[in-house]
Design a protein around this ligand. Structure first.
Ligand code: GCV
Length: 608
């Protein structure tokens, strides 16, 4: 057993009959000297209550999956050095706590950095049952309950999940069921056209009927399928726009098909013009999601959930909260996070995400959404997450999806204790390194909220103008005098999509939080930051600091007693991170110095 459950050695070679049976076996395996009464009460749903009885035994009462979460709560506490509670109860904040895998039928994983797919190989759905149980256990141990196994870009033959592959898919669902994990499938909006129907128009009766029949067939095989995930009219995917229909018409058509079975349609809002001419200054990509969806508020069926990326761009290191998440008042919403480190270091560079997620919740009242989703960082690598320390993101994501008030430092400490069981000083060293890793990465990459500046397509390493004259709407417009985009009412007007208090927070460059400065404002290099430094000096300082912090991080990493095989992977990736940080630091500083002609006040080396 891998990752944070390595100390748990119950036998996973057979499938438990139910979540309650699994809960019993996990508890007796973890605590051989204690006795437990595990009782289910359907009214408790996913919630549970734990009580220590007078005779020293424990009662764990919960819904069918609730007891399992209760069992893992006890295991996590004990295995992270805590004591078992006398009395404790809990239930999840969000009903759907989802992992979205971007796995392709050919076995590759889009934006995957942990090896090939766990579910597909050579155009087939195929999996190792033992690993599936391990994965189910990892997910259940942190309360995650939905697994979408295929890429939102549904390339042929992944459509067969709803067709010829249903029996194997149903067998996979059986494997995950005792772990409280329900499957979900990404669907191709044009799938009826594979069956001789000349259109995928959501208002066409034949199309609607095809989806109804398909949903019936799918739910007959997998009665607890969580639903369908849809990427429509986004980056070349088919969708309702082709037929002059809006996204509520598209989503509601699918919602009708799955409603009789309790299914959900999770409809992604990543819709923008990905064929933008860089000369077109009338289009500002971050405005796109709002423009496509805000006017549809109230029009979506009650079993549709709009899944909205946390920021208005695409998982950059620093983005403000998507205004759509604050704007839709009559629509079910999920916030989408990305565990896969697409723009955040490819699971080579260290990047612990929970501090970033906590910042999002400072502006997003947790009741505004009804679900969380995260793009998976999982793959076939032995350790599941490529970099052993990237597992902290999966672990803490689960805790946060259960309870968004989860404390970042406590969650990361719990993961360290469960995974490595270091002595206190080493634990503290790793904790502070992981908690600061996002800020360090931010310092050596694109400055002050401007984003991008990455190598095109691959998205690892620096290329400051790689996307500048491209089609993707991701421009920084740096010239010899200034950098950044004015997104206030004097510029693109993006800021007006927010409630007044947030407009106020970001409107004025003198008071706008520094780390968002170049996202919202176009400023001369001579602009005085709040601390008196010029903008250009702040850019240089951050980059030198980012690299220095990475050097210190490497020293700490080398000093820690990681066990094998983690140690080798961690050390070699740290060397690659050091190289990457140096490239970023030097290239970004040189880029800005060549443009601005400004020298570093401290005379550090910036290349000509
Ligand atoms: C699955 C970005 C990524 C794509 C991804 C897309 C999305 O554009 O680079 O790989 O496609 O986001 O979220 O749909």
């Amino acid at each position: 057993m891998k990752a944070w459950l390595s100390k748990l050695n119950a036998d996973l070679s057979f499938s438990p009959a139910s979540a309650a049976e699994l809960a019993r076996s996990e508890l007796s395996g973890a605590f051989p000297d204690l006795s437990f009464h595990v009782t289910t009460d359907p009214d408790l749903g996913e919630g549970y209550r734990i009580r220590r009885e007078e005779d020293g035994s424990f009662t764990v009462k919960g819904g069918e999956t609730g007891v399992l979460y209760g069992a893992y709560e006890m295991i996590r506490r004990a295995f992270s050095g805590g004591s078992l509670p006398d009395s404790y109860s809990s239930s999840p904040k969000y009903a759907l706590r989802m992992i979205n895998c971007w796995d392709n039928a050919d076995g590759t994983v889009e934006r995957g950095y942990s090896g090939q797919s766990l579910f597909f190989e050579n155009g087939k759905l195929t999996y190792d049952p033992l690993r599936m149980r391990e994965l189910g256990r990892l997910m259940a141990s942190v309360g995650l309950n939905v697994l979408c196994i295929n890429n939102v870009n549904v390339h042929f033959p992944a459509q067969l999940l709803l067709e010829d592959w249903l029996p194997e898919a149903a067998a996979l669902a059986d494997l995950f069921r005792p772990f409280g994990v329900r499957l979900m499938f990404s669907v191709d909006f044009s799938q009826p056209m594979r069956h001789g129907i000349p259109t995928a128009d959501p208002l066409d009766p034949e199309v609607r009927n095809w989806w109804k029949k398909t949903a019936e067939r799918v739910y007959r095989e997998i009665p607890d399928l969580a639903g369908f995930l849809v990427k429509a009219d986004s980056e070349g995917r088919p969708g309702p726009f082709t037929y002059g229909r809006d996204h509520s018409e598209g989503a509601n058509m699918l919602a009708d098909a799955v409603r009789p079975f309790g299914g959900k349609i999770v409809w992604r809002c990543f819709v923008y013009n990905c064929r933008q001419d860089w000369r077109d200054i009338g289009t500002d990509r971050p405005k796109a999601a709002w423009e496509h969806y805000a006017f549809l508020d109230g029009k979506f069926a009650d079993n549709v959930i709009l899944q909205i990326k946390h920021g208005p761009f695409d998982f950059q290191v620093r983005e403000p909260l998507s205004p759509l998440l604050l704007g839709m008042k009559k629509t079910n919403m999920a916030m989408e996070l990305q565990l896969a480190q697409e723009y955040t270091g490819h699971q080579i560079d260290l990047y612990t995400m929970i501090p970033m997620w906590k910042e999002l919740f400072e502006e997003l009242p947790s009741d505004r959404i009804m679900s969380l989703a995260a793009v998976s960082n999982l793959g076939r690598d032995d350790n599941y997450t490529g970099h052993p320390l990237a597992a902290v993101n999966l672990f803490t994501y689960g805790l946060l999806a259960w309870n968004p008030d989860t404390d970042a430092a406590e969650a990361v400490s719990e993961w360290i204790r469960m995974t490595y069981g270091f002595a206190a000083a080493d634990e503290q060293a790793l904790l502070s390194l992981l908690l600061s890793s996002r800020r360090t990465y931010e310092k050596y990459t694109a400055p002050l909220g401007i984003g991008w500046m990455v190598t095109p397509h691959d998205h690892y390493g620096p290329n400051p103008s790689g996307y500048e004259y491209d089609l993707w709407g991701t421009y920084h417009k740096a010239n010899r005098d200034a950098v950044g985009i004015d997104r206030t009412e004097n510029g693109t007007g993006y800021l007006l999509q927010y409630p007044a208090a947030l407009q106020e927070k970001y409107r004025n460059p003198e008071t706008c939080p520094d780390l968002y400065l170049l996202f919202y404002h176009r400023l001369p290099y001579s602009f005085r930051m709040k601390d008196g430094r010029t903008l250009i000096q702040r850019i240089y300082d951050d980059h030198f600091e980012g690299y220095e912090e990475t050097e210190k991080m490497a020293e700490t990493i080398r000093s820690l007693p990681f066990p094998d095989p983690d140690k080798e992977v961690i050390l070699s990736r740290m060397d690659r991170q050091l190289y990457n940080a140096k490239e970023w630091c030097d290239i970004i500083n040189t880029f800005f110095r060549r443009l601005s002609g400004a020298d570093d006040e401290h005379g550090r080396k910036i290349w000509d």
